[in-house]
Write a protein that binds this ligand. Structure first.
Ligand code: SAM
Length: 239
């Protein structure tokens, strides 16, 4: 059996009781980086064989699949948050499903859900783009397509590229588009920085060094959007 186990995105106390149960009971832990996972497991006094898993290395996927096929109960973790969400894991999950190995996915920490809930935008649909492509043209195209749906658009970004990304958002979706930069979630210096794309770009440019992990949430809701669609689904009959 393959059990997908989310791990904390910063605060170790965010591990779930069930995640600890699964990690404690499994035969092996499949992970991105053995040193990081070893540190996590040691913190919780869990000692398990670790198999390194690399999405781009077919042999490592096969090795993990063989362990599963041999009947081993394996837990899949990534460096932080939920495996397969802008993280390795999906190839192995796909391969496991294809050969009929039971797969279960535990709920738990993920930066996208955490940031979106704290952003205070609409509670309905949103578009998650993960890490945008490095090429500005491709990234801009994806941003425009996503923004046209008028839902919040969520992207992941590293501290090294966040200024460039905010600049691209301003150029692509307009300088005044509201953005929430959720930084260092669940950690000591957690903050939600709110402002227009241009304001946030200026603010980060002033810093010598931008630090921390970021989730950017772009508020693409357009209050001037036509309201006909609301009427179509209305419970009231029009006279
Ligand atoms: N699988 C993870 C999840 O479920 O959120 C995401 C892994 S992805 C490789 C790492 C990115 O997630 C970071 O570059 C950042 O954009 C976001 N992230 C992770 N931890 C974060 C945190 N504590 N605060 C803000 N963003 C975070």
């Amino acid at each position: 059996m393959l059990q997908i186990v989310p791990t904390p995105i910063g605060n170790l106390r965010d591990i779930t009781l069930r995640a600890l149960d699964v990690l404690q009971a499994c035969d092996a832990v499949l992970c991105e980086d053995t040193r990081r996972t070893q540190t996590l497991l040691t913190h919780f006094n869990i000692h398990k064989p670790l198999y390194r898993y690399n999405e781009n290395d077919e042999r490592s996927v096969m090795r993990c699949l063989e362990a599963l096929k041999s009947g081993k109960n394996c837990a899949l973790v990534s460096d932080c948050g939920t495996p397969c969400i802008s993280d390795p894991g999906w190839r192995l999950v796909k391969a496991a499903v294809a050969v009929g190995i039971p797969v279960t996915s535990l709920p738990g920490p993920s930066a996208v859900a955490c940031a979106l809930a704290g952003a205070g935008l609409t509670g309905g649909a949103f578009t998650f783009l993960g890490f945008l492509p490095r090429k500005p043209g491709k990234a801009a195209k994806l941003l425009m397509q996503a923004a046209s749906l008028k839902h919040p658009v969520v992207v992941y970004e590293s501290p090294y590229r966040v200024v460039k990304m905010l600049d691209l958002i301003a150029k692509t979706l307009g300088e005044n588009i509201p953005v929430i930069a959720a930084r260092e979630l669940s950690k000591v210096y957690e903050e939600y920085i709110r402002g227009s794309a241009r304001e946030l770009t200026g603010r980060f440019k002033q810093k010598n060094k931008v630090q921390g992990e970021f989730v950017l949430i772009i508020d693409c809701f357009d209050t001037s959007a036509p309201q006909e669609s609301l009427d179509e689904d209305s419970d009231f009959e029009m006279p």
